[in-house]
Design a protein around this ligand. Structure first.
Ligand SMILES: [Zn+2]
Length: 431
């Protein structure tokens, strides 16, 4: 019974609950840092493996039983949360070792980072009060009120209480037991995710733009707040030996709130886009890009040594991240099976160089300025993003044909388009 859907609700802790949560948040961060430090200090053992959570959980129990008052903070944090943090550290190490996962080496958490306290499903209880409100019971904390903005739809398998710039939230991993839907029979499409135009869908005649994530007024306010923060930091260094004032803390909180709002609007756009794509299309072709490579720090890459290039790359990185390509793919990967669609990642090479009219691929087709496409063979003129989306759709269609044929011959029974077998077989067949 694994969690297969996620739910995130706004939480409204009472004053005494909030104090407990803040303490736990700092404890959780300290425990993560302590455990990570321990793993890195011990390093790899003779058999090449790291210290895993099984070993550290035993140590955690020992420390919790130690009467020494200097480890009181570890005792304050509920035991389930401590163990859950150690298991999350396992996940971070597994992801680091996985070449297909964008995660790098696990990092230490800072005081200003997002606070999060994880719990297992057994440790929490869910109680619906009415259409709009519910309570979730946590150890020590008691019942925590949440705004039930969406039905739970299953049983709770894990829970996290987290705080961002706009307040506290409860994220629940839920087991819904939903099966992949039957193919929705819609037309297939290819999508080109871009920077200036967020997405161009091959079946549409115009691209889709993401609205600016901050209003003009908010942009101004953000700039002013950033400047104020710098001023207050300089003052703290010069006159207060680096001790931070309450005013500085308020400035940082205001910046955090604006950034959190921005992130929420971005996520809203992404969710609407991916739901539309998976609901209304039989298959969705996307470019199989490695986001990590695209956004690798401009300052570190040697190819962009001179400042102008570095600035350009930084701008591109910001644009790419603002458009959240990794998040889009993650959402499509879980939404497509739910809505009876099929996600097909295709090789991205030269998608915007292939003419949709005469099908010839030529780098010279893109010699015009900007995003304009002009075919040197047949004279077809188009927007490069639309050209790319059409080519992505064509590649995804071919991929589907090859896979359907090969899975039919190998496994006559494996014909469910939403099954994992088809997705896994696809890239090998296309190569
Ligand atoms: Zn052409």
């Amino acid at each position: 019974m694994r969690a297969d859907i996620g739910r995130k609700y706004r939480a409204y802790p009472r004053a005494h609950q909030e104090q407990i949560l803040i303490d736990w948040g700092h404890d959780a961060r300290a425990l993560w840092n302590l455990a990570l430090d321990h793993r890195l200090m011990v390093g790899r053992k003779h058999d090449g493996s790291w210290v895993w959570s099984a070993e550290q959980c035993v140590l955690l129990t020992e420390i919790r039983n130690d009467p020494d008052p200097s480890v009181n903070w570890i005792r304050d944090l509920p035991a389930q949360s401590g163990q859950q943090i150690l298991r999350r550290l396992d996940r971070a190490f597994v992801n680091m070792a996985n070449p297909d996962h964008p995660a790098g080496t696990p990092v230490f958490k800072h005081r200003g980072d997002r606070m999060g306290i994880p719990f297992t499903g057994q440790a929490v209880q869910f109680r619906k009060l009415n259409r709009h409100w519910a309570d979730v019971r946590f150890p020590v904390l008691g019942w925590l009120r949440i705004r039930l903005s969406r039905a739970l739809g299953g049983t709770v398998r894990n829970a996290t209480i987290a705080r961002d710039g706009l307040g506290w939230h409860v994220s629940l991993g839920v087991h819904s037991g939903s099966k992949p839907a039957a193919p929705n029979g819609g037309p297939g499409c290819g999508v080109d995710f871009g920077v200036s135009i967020s997405a161009w869908i091959s079946t549409e005649s115009t691209g889709r733009f993401m609205h600016p994530t901050l209003t003009v007024g908010e942009e101004k306010r953000l700039t002013a707040l950033e400047q104020r923060k710098e001023r207050q930091l300089t003052y703290a260094e010069k006159h207060n030996r680096g001790a931070r004032s309450n005013r500085l803390a308020r400035t940082i909180a205001s910046i955090g709130a604006l950034r959190a709002r921005q992130a929420r609007r971005r996520l809203d756009f992404t969710h609407k886009l991916t739901t539309d794509l998976s609901k209304n299309h039989g298959f969705v072709g996307i470019e199989d890009l490695r986001v990590k490579n695209m956004t690798a720090s401009a300052s570190r890459s040697r190819a962009t040594a001179d400042t102008r290039n570095r600035k350009q790359k930084a701008g591109l990185t910001r644009g790419v991240l603002d458009n959240a390509p990794g998040e889009r793919r993650r959402q499509l990967a879980y939404k497509c099976p739910l809505y009876g669609s099929d996600l097909r990642p295709v090789p991205p090479q030269g998608t915007s160089q292939t003419c949709p009219s005469c099908k010839k691929r030529d780098p010279r087709n893109r010699l015009r300025c900007g995003r304009e496409f002009a075919c040197v063979h047949c004279g077809h003129i188009d927007h490069a993003d639309r050209v790319a989306s059409v080519e992505i759709e064509a590649r995804a269609r071919r991929m589907g044909d090859t896979v359907t044929k090969s899975t039919r011959s190998l496994h006559p029974e494996a014909r469910d388009p939403a099954s994992g077998a088809r997705m896994r077989a696809a890239p090998a067949a296309a190569r």
